[in-house]
Design a protein around this ligand. Sequence first.
Ligand SMILES: [Zn+2]
Length: 124
Amino acid sequence: MSRIRAVFHDPDGSRYGIPTFWWRGAPPGYATRRQLRAAGLRPGGQPIAAQVLWRGVGGIRTAYLYRVDLARPKRTATPAQLRAIRAALTARRTCRVCGVVRPYCIPRSLGECLDCAYPQEVAA
Ligand SMILES: [Zn+2]
């Protein structure tokens, strides 16, 4: 784990007050507000559960995460709709180069997962 990742890795929230992950390190079960919306969900009044920090354009960027299990449906979805949503989300997390389902959405700008896009960092 590199120094940057270690700085942003605080799953207990002892350093940042809330659980903090580097941006590829967030465990499943958390989603950003945008990801929730894409899944037809909303935070449902829950507080921010965790955050992801990463070094991006213009400095350190933050994304707030909500717990998927506490999220409420934005509107009533039929089981078929829910299945379609899950399939779509899985598709967005599936790398078309290596075929691995990642815990993050494949960046559209890359069109492949980060391990495929930056293979030199895998061994780091
Ligand atoms: Zn890949």
